[in-house]
Design a protein around this ligand. Structure first.
Ligand code: 13P
Length: 250
């Protein structure tokens, strides 16, 4: 089976405004790089309507950064998977380390969020990753396997429909990127875990995230189990993001 094209996802986090978003998207769409790999932008939920319009008919998919673990009801401030679907959202990040850390999201909550997304026909981008302390204690494999296991257990045969993102917490926003070898090692562990759960593990894109930039993207993407990237800071400017999309298109 030929491998699917690399998937490059920008995670804007809490950045952007109406005019900056429009300018960035115009620059991205004017280039050809985004047509040669799979690309998506995960934007703050208040901008989903704007981005649905701007990306409509383009090759860039629309993504959200979080979803409620509940279907609907008295959950002030939450956004449901069905609501995301109203805006043609194709991807939704779940379990980003910033949500695990600052919003106390547990493995079980993350698994429920992935379930809600899948039920609404949205691809969850399930983030896993160890802290520096855990890496130094030799717990990297155990941590990422535990985080992914919760999602596998809750989602059964649908598991081949997810995207996984390995984001070592110590690499996020720090400029400290995992080396291609470090990334590949963990990606291979995740692939093996997926293989035990589904016959279609090769279909699951495993993205790397954490200080990925134009200078290191190519070497990371050259690893056999690195199927794309989840990019924070370097996705906020076309001048940074476009070379990464080009690297993914090779
Ligand atoms: P940076 O690319 O800014 O390190 O962020 C990575 C990330 O958290 C993407 O979800």
């Amino acid at each position: 089976m030929t491998k699917p094209a690399k998937l490059m996802v920008g995670n804007w986090k809490m950045h952007g405004d109406l005019s900056a978003n429009a300018a960035l998207v115009a620059e991205l769409l004017a280039a050809t790089a985004q047509r040669q790999c799979r690309a998506a932008l995960c934007v703050p939920s208040v901008y989903l309507a704007q981005m649905q319009t701007l990306l409509s008919g383009s090759s860039i998919g629309l993504g959200a950064q979080d979803v409620s673990a509940h279907a609907s009801g008295a959950y002030t401030g939450e956004v449901s998977a069905e609501m995301l679907r109203d805006f043609a959202v194709r991807y939704c990040i779940v379990g980003h380390s910033e949500r695990r850390q600052y919003h106390a999201e547990t493995d079980a909550v993350v698994a429920s969020k992935a379930q809600r997304a899948l039920a609404a026909g949205i691809t969850p981008i399930v983030c896993v990753g160890e802290s520096l302390q855990e890496r130094e204690a030799g717990q990297t494999e155990a941590v990422v396997k535990r985080q992914l296991a919760a999602v596998i257990q809750a989602n059964g045969h649908c598991i081949s429909e997810i995207v996984v993102a390995y984001e070592p917490v110590w690499a996020i926003g720090t400029g400290l990127t995992a080396s291609p070898q470090q990334a590949q090692q963990v990606h291979a562990v995740l692939r093996t875990q997926l293989q035990a759960a589904t016959a279609h593990a090769d279909r699951v894109a495993i993205l790397y995230g954490g200080s990925m930039n134009a200078a290191n993207a190519q070497d990371l993407l050259a690893q056999p189990d690195v199927d794309g990237g989840l990019i924070g800071g370097a996705s906020l400017k076309a001048v940074d993001f476009l070379p990464m999309l080009r690297a993914a298109a090779r």
